[in-house]
Design a protein around this ligand. Structure first.
Ligand code: GLC
Length: 481
């Protein structure tokens, strides 16, 4: 009986609207762009799942897609109106809606350095996107938002439900990075005539999009089980730990995957020599090619450390530079690829100036070099202070590049002693200890190759996570009257 009722009540297909600031291949700044694209694809290719997943993105100036204009409509903003322009395109058969308008055009890039402009941009996007089901005449079942940029859609949905509209729609908010909560939206909410609800959030949090979304969401999903537990603590909870504690029952942790087709050393054309877990020693040729390309001495026995990262304090770039500087009595080489905080970039360049024979700093976005580092470096350094999930360590392992990581968040959930090295306390000393351990292990070739095989064979595909999200959608819809 229970099962019969469940099946009868379940919409088929389940219609899910993904809202994200970025999604590959349209626009990608960081991990969020990988995850929103790969997860939506994985959900649609789950066997027997019957999911109609669609994606809405802001129509950023940098998006070059061929999109067809679909609809224009006004939204009231204070005593004037702003026009929303919806265009449609697709990727692998998935409909993608691009939402344009003045607040979106006002920020040329995906994110600006002005929190107020970003708050306007993403509030506009979130509220306009919530109108899509009406415009498309498409009965949405799940609104699935990502991070602060789209959290206001979840909040506005709750307000609508309180008013008796969209009662059948459940909401999921995936949390990729708790400290980024968005800028003050107090005035923006007023302009869009959205009241500030009474909540159990701390007072300060009522001004910010992410906490309002966390309050309103039927389910909040952190991007790894460990990060889910960490944000309940004072150290990682950013002042919301008590609030999150009260919602533990609807707080989940689902590990991200990586696109194992796109990241496959057996077929990757960006690397000079393809290989599989059966013959990881071919990597040595990629290592030599990498060393040569970077103008470093090409020696198979010199350990090469790589970092592919946003240059950000979160990522522990400063701590990596500090620790390496003091390991000058040992042979190693180091290449870091990434952009971000100008101060960190400068620190990295200083290390290169001081150690020109062994350090290379590549401050740019270069997807090809990233792959060559994964395929040629011996070890990946990832001493992140916190890491909700982390993708680089998974890609590295798929390429047999052994990660040395701080045991936090998704790093704890993906790296273990058989496929990498972890250090527990977040101190340069502990990090140094892990590097020394890895260097010792590196000198035992057979054991190292066994470790590389373990890393390459760890399953980081999206299948299991997508299935877990799907079950979450079902359980939310089951709770609907
Ligand atoms: C954010 C997090 C990172 C995570 C990514 C995708 O960039 O910092 O840990 O892997 O989002 O979820």
């Amino acid at each position: 009986m229970g099962i019969y009722v469940t099946i009868a009540a379940m919409p088929n297909p389940i219609r899910v609207l993904f809202l994200a600031a970025e999604a590959d291949p349209f626009v990608k700044v960081g991990g969020l762009g990988d995850v929103s694209a790969a997860l939506s694809r994985a959900l649609r290719s789950l066997p027997d799942s019957q999911l109609d997943v669609r994606l809405a993105l802001p129509h950023h100036g940098v998006i070059k897609a061929n999109a067809r204009p679909l609809e224009m409509f006004p939204m009231r903003y204070g005593d004037r109106e702003v026009t929303v322009q919806v265009s449609e395109t697709s990727v692998d058969g998935m409909p993608v809606y691009l939402i344009g308008g003045e607040p979106i055009a006002a920020v040329g890039s995906v994110y600006s350095s002005n929190p107020a402009l970003d708050a306007e941009k993403y509030s506009f996007f979130s509220l306009a996107a919530l109108q899509l089901p009406r415009i498309l005449n498409w009965e949405m079942n799940i609104l699935h938002a990502h991070d602060w940029h789209t959290a206001l859609a979840v909040y506005a949905l709750l307000l609508k439900r309180w008013d008796g509209e969209m009662r059948g729609v459940s909401s999921v908010l995936t949390l990729h990075n708790l400290p980024y909560m968005g800028g003050d939206v107090t005035e923006i909410l007023k302009s869009y005539s959205l009241p500030v609800a009474q909540t159990d959030l701390p007072d300060w949090a009522h001004a910010l999009p992410l906490p309002l979304g966390l309050f309103a969401a039927d389910a909040v999903v952190a991007v790894s089980p460990t990060y889910r537990d960490e944000i309940l603590t004072e150290r990682f909870g950013c002042g919301l730990q008590d609030f999150l504690h009260r919602r533990k029952e609807t707080l989940y942790g689902i590990l991200n995957g990586i696109d194992t087709l796109a990241y496959d050393p057996a077929t990757d054309e960006a690397i000079p020599f393809q290989y599989t877990a059966e013959n990881p020693s071919i990597r040595e040729k990629n290592k030599a090619a990498l060393q040569t390309k970077l103008g470093l001495e090409a020696g198979p026995l010199i350990p090469v450390f790589g970092m592919v990262t946003r240059m950000d304090k979160q990522k522990g770039v400063d701590s990596a530079l500090e620790v390496l500087r003091k390991l000058d009595d040992l042979p190693w080489q180091f290449v870091i690829l990434g952009t971000g905080d100008p101060e960190l970039e400068e620190q990295a360049r200083t290390l290169q100036k001081d150690m020109p024979m062994r350090v290379r700093v590549e401050s740019r976005f270069d997807a090809k070099l990233a792959r060559q580092i994964y395929a040629g470096a011996d070890m990946l350094l990832m001493p992140s202070r916190y890491e909700p999930c982390g993708l680089a360590q998974m890609i590295a392992m798929r390429y047999g590049c052994i990660p040395i990581v701080h045991a936090t968040g998704g790093l704890s959930d993906t790296v273990n002693n058989s496929n990498g090295f972890l250090f527990k306390t977040d101190t340069p000393r502990a990090f140094r200890g892990a590097i020394l351990k890895a260097l010792t292990a590196f000198s035992d070739r057979d054991a190292w190759i066994a470790r590389q095989k373990n890393a390459m064979q760890t399953d980081f595909s999206w299948g299991r996570s997508a299935q877990t999200y799907f079950e979450l959608y079902q359980s939310l819809l089951n709770k609907k009257p």
